[in-house]
Design a protein around this ligand. Structure first.
Ligand SMILES: [Zn+2]
Length: 235
């Protein structure tokens, strides 16, 4: 997912945005010396580490939540891939994938998105790609930004880099969805159900949701006044 503003562009924001969302960070300055957020290991793990190291400061400001009031759904033109958001008491993700590949196949993850569940269940899940796609990109002269250290690469008969867990693929998809939906700009209360979706559909859902004003309302909570000063190491 890339962001564009006034002619500037930043690529691959989703793993960082997911880490910000999960830790409740909604006011932050990110400085870059290149056009892309570093990939690191292809997951959100390093970003959580950096956030923990920098510490989080509670501000005397209201945090607003977008509360989903009725379902909004977007789908691929064939209708076989979709993502929707519907009313729920918390922010939940129900993600499923179905790849025609013996090493991936059908996978599903369902969870309530909290800082704890994100840290424990999703944050270490890495990007994945298929070797045939990497080879096709290379033959078109496109260098792969990452390496075997920054993605799970899936060959015809085996992994070129081993997954950290059996269902790492769908967990990474859920991580991506959280990072992409963080672009809504509010905390989210609703259930996201996705099937074989990806960044394009996640982004389409964000646009469709924000456009449909009858599908949500904004709730503003009490300001965070529990503490001022850095929770972690000094800044
Ligand atoms: Zn990703």
């Amino acid at each position: 997912m890339s962001l564009r503003c006034d002619g500037a562009q930043v690529l691959t924001v989703e793993h960082l945005m997911a880490a910000f969302y999960a830790t409740g960070v909604d006011n932050v300055r990110v400085e870059l010396d290149g056009p892309e957020i570093p990939v690191f290991d292809g997951s959100s793990r390093m970003f959580l580490h950096l956030i923990d190291e920098a510490g989080i400061k509670n501000l005397a400001a209201f945090q607003s939540t977008l509360v989903v009031r009725r379902p909004v759904r977007v789908a691929s033109s064939m209708g076989d891939r979709y993502v929707l958001v519907e009313p729920a008491d918390t922010f939940e993700v129900d993600y499923s994938i179905d790849f025609d590949h013996a090493l991936v196949g059908k996978q599903r993850v369902t969870l309530e998105v909290t800082e704890e569940s994100f840290r424990n269940e999703l944050s270490s899940a890495r990007t994945f790609c298929f070797l045939k796609d990497v080879e096709a990109m290379r033959s078109r002269g496109l260098a792969l930004g990452g390496s075997l250290d920054s993605a799970v690469v899936i060959g015809e008969d085996g992994f070129l880099s081993n997954p950290r867990m059996k269902d790492e693929f769908v967990r990474h998809k859920a991580l991506d969805a959280i990072g992409d939906l963080a672009l809504i700009g509010f905390r989210l209360r609703g259930r996201v159900v996705a099937a074989c979706a990806g960044h394009a559909l996640h982004a389409e859902l964000v646009r469709a949701l924000l456009k449909d004003h009858a599908a949500w309302s904004i709730e503003t909570g009490a300001p965070h006044t529990s503490g001022f000063g850095y929770a972690g190491a000094s800044a």
